[in-house]
Design a protein around this ligand. Sequence first.
Ligand code: NAP
Length: 247
Amino acid sequence: MSHTSKVALVTGASRGIGRAIALALARDGATVIGTATTLEGADGITRGLKEANAEGQGIVLNVTSSDSIDQAIAHIKQHYAMPAILINNAAVTQDNLFLRMKDEEWNRVIETNLNSIFRVTKICLRDMLRARWGRVINISSVVGSTGNPGQVNYAAAKAGLIGFTKALAQEVGSRDITVNAVSPGFIDTDMTRDLPEEHRNTLLQRIPMQRLGHAEEVAAVVAFLASNGASYVTGQTLHVNGGMYMP
Ligand code: NAP
């Protein structure tokens, strides 16, 4: 799965699944630019890549800000090359039952998890089109397929991202650019660590493999989709969920 000299941009790479994706792509030889919302987080990514003897660095990026996206891309362009591999991973949750959900909770999740993907992908796609090679991988969620009470905003964003993936895959397939989604189930990260014990146990009963997934298990699937081995896979959603949901 060699990506020698290819630049990969991974949003939200300071922790959890994004961090594991950054390290997996680095292991496959990509130059990895991972992003965090803080300088401290970006420095942590740079340290992690150094420890793995990988090329690349951490940079600051807030995916809800066009200015921040422009600055990040300008930095990547100046110091590396435009990304050939884009992993849209950054996301937040802001759960509430629908009738209690405030406009801000709805807007923050749609802005961070869906609108950001429109902006970041658009800015990277032009160079992929010119290069006639590219990989766009969007991190969705099982909840985008199944729904989940208390997560109308998150489920809507993650389902929207699957539609985005299929439509864009059809637009750019002829240029050897693949666009896919990876849909994790219940993965052991900061996002799931705060779940109440009772809710966690109920969820575990719905997982045939009877455990949470590891970030590395999601990263391995992303690395496959980014590789030349997945050159004829596009518009797909690969589910990584221990059997929790079987489409
Ligand atoms: P996480 O541990 O909460 O990490 C979220 C990442 O997103 C962090 O790097 C964070 O940066 C970044 N981020 C948050 N807001 C951002 C913004 N406005 N601009 C740029 N970056 C931002 O999440 P995770 O569990 O690894 O999840 C990664 C992806 O998998 C997400 O798309 C999530 O929806 C999806 N997913 C996760 C699970 C799960 O069980 N964990 C299940 C299904 C899908 P900072 O560190 O700087 O805050």
